[in-house]
Design a protein around this ligand. Sequence first.
Ligand SMILES: CC(C)(COP(=O)(O)OP(=O)(O)OC[C@H]1O[C@@H](n2cnc3c(N)ncnc32)[C@H](O)[C@@H]1OP(=O)(O)O)[C@@H](O)C(=O)NCCC(=O)NCCSC(=O)C[C@](C)(O)C(=O)O
Length: 281
Amino acid sequence: MTGGLAEHVKGWSPGPVAMTEAMPPGPAQALAAVLDRPQDAPAAGDPLPPLWHWVYFLEWPAQSELGDDGHPANGHFLPPIPDRTRMYAGGRLTFHAPLEVGTPAERTSELAGVNVKQGRSGEMLFVTVRHEIRQGGELRIVDEHDLVYRSGAAPVRHEPDTGPAAETEGPWRLVPAADSRVLFRFSALTANAHRIHYDEPYAREVEGYPGLVVHGPLLAILMAELPRRNAPGTRVGRLAYRFRRPVFLGENVVVTGGPDGALSVVGPSGEVRAQAEVAFA
Ligand SMILES: CC(C)(COP(=O)(O)OP(=O)(O)OC[C@H]1O[C@@H](n2cnc3c(N)ncnc32)[C@H](O)[C@@H]1OP(=O)(O)O)[C@@H](O)C(=O)NCCC(=O)NCCSC(=O)C[C@](C)(O)C(=O)O
């Protein structure tokens, strides 16, 4: 590692942590409602759709533990860098078998990588956290998250694209309604107090965005909705995703893809904002 950020994380090596979760149907049913598919809500005993475990294993730190951005000031896997701002960059999952709703699960989490890189907006710190989720002692999901952190630096100035939703060629197409009500309900459902998703003056004035930012996990879940809705009977074995440019509230994005497993979120001008590769089991 090189540069200033490397100095701040020298010797930073948080140990693994474990968490248990009862996996009640409620959070999955609430996510089905937020996706406007209440008819898809799984019941106890049903398999949980890919990525829906992101509404489980939630942490609710005391209010006094939150930093200015809404994340815990000293969270276990949050790097100790000054004026920390965070974006979700991407991740990879292997689904050995679906989780079952209503059966207790255990998650172990560990730091899997810390790398300083140079991006268009200057120095960035990539932190990868690896989660393994088990039910009945059996490994079901390996889930790696890449988070990117900056220190104080203003991000690239993004301009929202206010055009209509793009035409797309892929056979699968979903035009999500990512309005402020969806952002609010998704933040609540994932216990995510990150202010870029609901506090517009903060998003503009402190983090330099032109508006509220759509959650990365929501974009990934929407991409995973395409095979779930259009290819019933298939099972996702692996899924890798990257968030390339933020999606801002009010932008008309389209989620598109096809049976080859190439999925994306495209903006009004057709540029890729997020993409995913799915391999079916
Ligand atoms: C990620 C950003 C900052 C990179 O920034 P950039 O565009 O300046 O980077 P770049 O110039 O494209 O690439 C620089 C280096 O970074 C690497 N790189 C670049 N991207 C990735 C990636 N995804 N995963 C791994 N590596 C990546 C890339 O390969 C390259 O490495 P190299 O020098 O070794 O070749 C930029 O692409 C961006 O802003 N993307 C959109 C992020 C976004 O909108 N995320 C969702 C909203 S944030 C959120 O939901 C948060 C939440 C839920 O509240 C929460 O706190 O957990």
